[in-house]
Write a protein that binds this ligand. Structure first.
Ligand code: FE
Ligand code: CA
Length: 526
């Protein structure tokens, strides 16, 4: 990356450069003139002195020509960016050069530094005669600085075919300082059984790099999701549907050869990188490996540990039975393997990084932003036996116990787990021993419902609650998201519900509000 400090003259020279003009002419020769910024802009990975700015040049965003992703063939494209302190881009404080990398579908990831902490900035990209929309990004507060408030929202499970993204529109209107994507940002499969309101452009399951790219492009063409990224700085992890339902590391739900599946995973991870405002110095993929987990600090108030629940986990317990490749229910009698202490959810390196960070942290609050339900869930089966779902933390109870024991032994204060995946709202006590109701609560869990994806059956799951007294709240009947206000003395989270995912103009209500008080683990109605 060249030094991000161009003069106005250099900036204009670069944005109007012959190279940039050449690719635009080439693009327009093949396609109706359309902005190369069709996929909008995004910001992410906030730091006290900057953030990551993202865009992707795609004059024909759903092009099916694998040699021209987004309708753009050829090499890297230079472009320029400007950052201002006002939304009209009059007071420009930084100008820089960036590269749309051909190897990454002409996506752009600029690591901006040198800005002031805890404030909004506005930015835009320029390439040739084309200008991107103006986006807004926010820097984090200075390390250790006294912070009285952070407002953040959590989103997960946005199936494009299952509904309109009005939940994203309402989330943007809530205007949080930060949005956390907890996974299932895209769905790789095509809906074959249930009603849909719209279709993927290609009509097939994503399995290759061009198909994953177009999946992300189609999602980003949605005006509500695009507007959210344009106005709110994001951090993002993934769950399974960014690759394949219920996969674990190299183990496919469909029993594919692990080496073949790793090629598919590499394509899926690369497309995730190409479309998310991730820091390239951390997250640029290397074959099938990509580092998503990271810690983000906001003054003295909070550290957010963003976790990767898919890449390093052990194969699903009792995987090798017919139809058992993905998540399924197992009892202790049918599957003693589930409790095997050698099984891992986070993988050894991530687990050590997480636990070391939590034990050392001096922040008032510690958020664990991650993909799937952590609380134990005893599910009464038709034959009266108790089963556990193998795809969430219930499939990895030894790893979960070790985490909760560490929080307890080291008196880690104010740990709150934020989860998605299960398409329903939950507020849970995380117990040192879930099977002993008087066991101490050592942390809290808040689970957000889906943006659109179909829920689990309400009556069936509600019937499990008497067997799970640590669950304080459950509702799967609405779609939406969580929005939280974090202060030194408490975390207050509203479960936000939309009226109908099949209604483009869905209305918003608050289904329930939970608070977690400083030093008192366990969410309580507020
Ligand atoms: Fe989901
Ligand atoms: Ca999932």
């Amino acid at each position: 990356m060249p030094p991000a400090d161009l003069t106005r003259r250099e900036f204009l020279a670069l944005s109007g450069s012959a190279l940039a003009g050449a690719w635009l002419a080439q693009a327009c020769a093949h396609f109706a003139p359309r902005s190369p910024f069709s996929l909008g802009v995004a910001s992410g990975d906030p730091a006290p002195d900057g953030f990551v700015l993202w865009t992707r040049l795609a004059p024909d965003p759903l092009s099916t020509d694998p040699a021209a992703p987004g309708g753009l063939a050829g090499g890297d494209v230079p472009l320029a960016y400007e950052i201002a302190t006002d939304d009209g881009m009059r007071d420009v404080v930084l100008r820089g050069a960036a590269t749309a990398e051909a190897a990454f579908a002409h996506s752009v990831h600029v690591e901006v530094a040198g800005l002031e902490p805890a404030r909004p900035y506005w930015y835009r990209f320029t390439s040739g005669a084309a200008e991107s929309p103006i986006g807004r990004a926010r820097t984090a507060p200075a390390p250790g600085a006294k912070l009285e408030r952070l407002r953040f929202a959590c989103a997960s499970c946005a199936n494009y075919e299952h509904g309109w993204f009005s939940a994203y529109r309402h989330l943007a209107a809530d205007d949080p300082d930060l949005v956390i994507f907890l996974g299932d940002y895209i769905y790789e499969y095509v809906e074959k059984r249930r009603p849909t309101v719209r279709a993927h452009s290609d009509g097939v399951d994503a399995t290759t790099l061009p198909l994953y790219r177009n999946r992300y492009a189609q999602y980003r063409l949605d005006p509500d999701l695009s507007a959210l990224h344009q106005s709110v700085t994001a951090i993002a992890t993934w769950d399974d549907h960014e690759v394949q339902n219920d996969y674990a590391d190299r183990w496919s739900q469909t029993f594919d050869d692990p080496q073949e599946f790793l090629k598919r995973r590499a394509a899926a991870y690369q497309a995730f990188y190409e479309h998310m405002p991730l820091r390239p110095s951390r997250a640029r993929p290397n074959g099938p490996a990509m580092r998503v987990y990271e810690r983000f600090a906001f003054g003295d108030l909070v550290e957010v540990s963003l976790l990767d629940g898919r890449q390093y986990r052990s194969r699903e317990a009792c995987w090798a039975k017919p139809d058992h490749g993905g998540g399924h229910l197992e009892t202790d009698a049918t599957c003693p393997e589930r409790r095997d202490p050698r099984r891992t959810y986070l993988g050894a390196a991530q687990e050590k990084w997480l636990l070391d960070g939590l034990v050392r942290s001096r922040a008032r609050w510690k958020l664990l932003a991650q993909d799937v339900l952590m609380a134990q869930l005893r599910e009464k089966m038709p034959d009266g036996q108790v089963g556990f779902w193998t795809d969430d933390w219930n499939g990895y109870p030894a790893n979960r116990s070790h985490l909760l024991q560490t929080l307890h032994e080291h008196r880690v204060r104010n740990a709150v787990v934020l989860s998605g995946d299960i398409h329903s709202f939950w507020a849970n006590d995380l117990k040192l021993d879930f099977d002993a109701p008087r066991s101490p609560t050592v942390a809290s869990e808040l689970v957000g419902t889906s943006i659109t994806s179909y829920p689990p059956p309400y009556e069936k799951f509600a019937a499990f609650l008497p067997d799970n007294p640590h669950v304080r709240f459950f509702d799967s009947r609405v779609r939406g998201y969580m929005v939280s206000e974090l202060e030194p003395q408490r975390l207050t989270t509203r479960f936000r519900a939309i009226s109908d995912p099949q209604d483009r103009d869905a209305k918003l209500t608050t289904l329930a509000t939970f608070a977690i008080e400083d030093g008192k683990p366990g969410p309580v109605p507020a």
